[in-house]
Every structure is written in structure tokens, then in C-alpha cells.
Design a protein around this ligand. Sequence first.
Ligand SMILES: NC(=O)c1ccc[n+]([C@@H]2O[C@H](COP(=O)([O-])OP(=O)(O)OC[C@H]3O[C@@H](n4cnc5c(N)ncnc54)[C@H](OP(=O)(O)O)[C@@H]3O)[C@@H](O)[C@H]2O)c1
Length: 245
Amino acid sequence: MRYFGLIGYPLSHSFSKAYFNHKFEQEGIPALYENYPIPSIEEFPVLLRQHPSIEGINVTIPYKEAVVPYLHSISDVVRKTGACNCIRIRNGQLEGFNTDVLGFEKSLLKSLQPMHDRALVLGTGGASKAVQFVLDKLHIPYTVISRRKDPAAGIISYDELTAELQQSAHLWINTTPLGMHPDTDSCPPVDYEQLGPDHYLYDLVYNPSETLFLKKGKERGAITENGHDMLLIQAEEGWKIWNAD
Ligand SMILES: NC(=O)c1ccc[n+]([C@@H]2O[C@H](COP(=O)([O-])OP(=O)(O)OC[C@H]3O[C@@H](n4cnc5c(N)ncnc54)[C@H](OP(=O)(O)O)[C@@H]3O)[C@@H](O)[C@H]2O)c1
């Protein structure tokens, strides 16, 4: 039997356990995937000692950045983003990867058009870092919006968002948990009146499939995409990493 799992806190919203255990059953893979909700990242080494057979771990909110100091080696993408969502364990060595980057890039590109040439990135957490990495790679300039501005880092607050910027930045990406089940009545505090058919709204949230953020975009003719495909792509990418030679 092979063992895999997910760390984060809380884990009630987690997709990975159901996805992988279903995959293992369907494909006849003798493996188990378990949730490990740990209230503090300091409990991570304890967990590893208690479960020495684990080969692969996914990392979710709020530990994607906090887990990095616990790793023995990291991929180039983890080094650049500072965020890790996938760990491979071999001979007691923890290797960190970021599969959110590939998942986001592939799913974003499905509907991306030349007019989506400037972006607003809402939120500054681990997923935001993956999104920024991809936008840099695709040479799409962007502005990061946070609840707290950080002029030194070029991050502006929601209050500072102008109508002009919201009209001209045709790609809006929600990397905050706002709108995620059960908080489905909330959405990022931006000005949805500025949206039109040239806009593309991407929400990393996948539950519900249409968040209030996406609904408001659709009402004004924007293209919309939720985080579902990103989730599937990052999960399968993790599986490849855990099985690579
Ligand atoms: N589809 C996928 O495959 C996928 C992959 C990764 C993540 N996600 C989703 O993306 C979301 C973020 O994940 P994460 O790992 O980046 O989480 P995170 O590290 O906790 O960061 C979330 C960011 O959202 C902002 N935020 C949090 N609460 C907020 C609030 N009440 N109002 C406004 N902004 C708020 C914060 O930015 P500021 O403090 O700067 O405002 C925070 O840094 C989650 O919903 C997660 O499920 C989806």
C-alpha cells in the first residue's frame, strides 16, 4: 500500500482526498489518500514521524508558504513563488514543488485572448504568487490588489482602484477565498460596473462553480472561468511528480 495526504487547516473544503481515493479505486492503484488537518505548521515534523510511509503530500491553506522552511530541496518555481503545494518524500528527503502554476496557466490559456493584455490580481497569498508567476511568464502586466497597500512592493488597496484601471485591465483574477462555500454571498470589493464583454474574469475558487464574482462578470458579458480545471490539472501533475523516476 502507498500513502499520500494533504496538510492544511481546516480541511473541510478539501477536494484532493475524494479525487485521489476515487482515482486509486478506478485505476486499481493500491494507495490511500488521507487528510491531515494540523492547527500549526510546527506539527508537520511530528506528523511525518507518525506516518513514515507517506510518499507524497499536498499543501493547502494556510501553509503553502509556511511549509517551505521544512523542505530539503525546492523546485525553481517554489523558489520564485515562495509557495509549495506538492511535496515528494524519498529517503526521508522532502522535495517541494508548485503544481498550482501549471494548473493555472493551462486553464487560463483556454479562454485567453489578445485583448486580455493587462490584469488585476486580487489577493496576495500563496495562490496569488502562482498567478503572478504565470502572468510574468506570459508577459501580461498586472496590478496586485490587497486589503493593505504596500507601495514598496507596488501593491495597491481596493480603495485605490480607479475606474480607468478596472476598465483597461481586461483580465481580473480572484485569488482570495471570498465567495467560497459557505461564504457564497461575498465577492471581492471591486467595481463590477466597469466590466464589459472585453473582460475575462478568472476565479480560483471552484466551490461553488459560479461564484458571485463570476456571476457579476457574466451579467456584464465577460468571459468567466472557475478554478475547477486548475484543480484537476494540479492534482494530476502532483501524481506525475510522485511517480517520476
Ligand atoms: N483552483 C485551484 O486549484 C486552487 C489552487 C489554489 C488556491 N485556490 C483557491 O484560492 C484561494 C486562495 O488560496 P491561497 O492558498 O492563496 O490562500 P491564502 O494564502 O490564505 O491567501 C488568500 C489571500 O486572499 C486575501 N484575503 C483573504 N481573506 C480576505 C477577505 N476577507 N477579504 C479580502 N481579501 C481576503 C488575502 O490577501 P490580502 O491580505 O492581501 O488582502 C490573502 O493573502 C482559496 O479560495 C483557494 O481555495 C484554488
